[in-house]
Ligand binder design. Sequence first.
Ligand code: HEC
Ligand code: HEC
Length: 217
Amino acid sequence: MYNRFISLACLAALAAVVGAAPAAADSKNGKKIYDAKCSMCHAKDGKGNAAMAKMFQLPSGALSLVSTEAQALPAGDFTKITQDGKGKMPAFKDKLQDTDFTDISAYVRAMAKTSAKPAESPTAKAYAAKCASCHGKNGKGNAALAKGLQIEPASLDLTAPSTAAKNDAELTAVMLKGSGKMPAYEGKLSAPEIADLIRYTQSLAAPKPEAKPAAAQ
Ligand code: HEC
Ligand code: HEC
């Protein structure tokens, strides 16, 4: 009788613990299901399987679930898309249990947090080290420095239409020979490095391929 009381008490305590956090998602279960059912398309790290995106004829970032755009998706929409599918994305409504969807969503959010700071490419690093002091980290120009150099802030803006209007040869010439207060990089940077840096500055100017249209921001 006494023993039975103990085990009942234990059960009650256990139920209290389990029941105490009904909303807490089980990220471990989320990982198990994600790895088995989602990773072939969305990649193990959530960044999207590039080969799969190509096959679906989607932009390479389209399958990322950890991009800023994908993370802007409200949790309810994440679950709804996972349940009902979307375009080439299969529906999982009948294949998983209700709680699984919350668990996957929690797991993907956790992955997004750890990958929030993507490893910088060598070109991004070179830009940050050699160009950002004048042109700004975002390419829009360092206003304080323009004042110091007594030049128009706009002349440091590499995202301006006036820069976009120039072709690669013209921009390469500025980088090689310098122009005004812009230093010459001939002999300091290789031709491929210059080409990469120009492409990088152009990417700062261009809207991100996976970004929503400006009107939606
Ligand atoms: C066969 C490949 C495939 C599998 C497997 C797959 N997906 Fe997808 N998923 C896609 C494609 C393709 C898209 C893009 C759909 C579109 O926008 O047309 C997508 C889009 C999504 C989106 C919307 C992202 C956004 O930013 O709008 C979510 C959320 C998502 N998938 C979650 C999952 C989850 C969770 C699983 C596993 C349970 C999963 N997917 C399994 C192919 C897949
Ligand atoms: C000391 C400040 C300074 C640094 C460092 C600097 N720039 Fe410049 N850059 C300028 C200025 C000033 C101009 C505008 C020159 C002009 O108007 O004649 C300019 C112009 C340019 C242009 C031409 C823009 C146009 O529309 O004609 C490009 C491209 C460019 N810079 C890229 C770079 C890159 C890439 C780096 C790093 C490797 C870099 N700059 C480093 C000051 C700098």
